[in-house]
Design a protein around this ligand. Structure first.
Ligand code: FES
Length: 183
């Protein structure tokens, strides 16, 4: 149950769990295997991110291991600072031949502390946050390793087209926004 009157769809700060996942792009382009719908077991359906821009953010051939590349996504507004990095080890959501290229929003999910520049290559982590020390694991979808934060870093969904890397969506909510697509 929620007391929210607008369900988060028309500008209010309140979101249901369902609308959060729908609007935060929890579904990525690709296919989903159906397992418990009568008559459709084992069939795949196409799924796609709705509403997010498809933005060219870099080239695979230019990435160097443990050298983050900053960019903005899904827009150029506040809180959209993001980093692309080749970790040199397979990571959740990673693309490329080594499945090691990932991207994350760089605002701490606790209270918005700035994490750009806090990449720790030895641990493949982002942090500690300068405000309350939260550190995030970039190999495990940005989950919290330690500190005050409880939510994973928003991860950027990536696609590879030849040598070009595109941002196509996000998992998780950017700190300070009630909708990732409204800056
Ligand atoms: S704002 Fe980052 S740990 Fe509190």
């Amino acid at each position: 149950m929620t007391n929210c009157k607008n369900n988060g769809s028309s500008g209010g700060p309140c979101l249901t769990r369902r609308s959060f996942f729908l609007r935060s792009g929890a579904v990525v382009g690709g296919s989903v295997l159906l397992s418990n719908i009568p008559g459709l077991e084992g069939k795949a359906i196409a799924a796609e991110v709705v509403g997010y821009p498809r933005k060219l953010i870099g080239h695979m051939s230019k990435l160097r291991v443990n050298k983050p590349v900053p960019f903005s996504y899904p827009d150029d507004g506040m809180n959209s600072s993001t980093m692309l990095v080749k970790l040199g080890t397979p990571a959740g959501g990673g693309i490329g031949g080594d499945a090691d290229v990932v991207a994350f929003n760089t605002l701490c999910t606790h209270m918005g502390g700035p994490l750009a520049g806090a990449f720790r290559p030895d641990d493949q982590a982002l942090g500690p946050c300068p405000l309350h020390q939260t550190t995030f694991d970039l190999t495990r979808h940005g989950m919290v390793i330690s500190g005050h934060g409880t939510e994973s870093l928003p991860q950027i969904l990536l696609e590879l087209d030849g040598d070009e890397i595109y941002a196509v969506g996000m998992i998780g909510l950017i700190y300070g926004r009630y909708d990732n697509l409204e800056s």
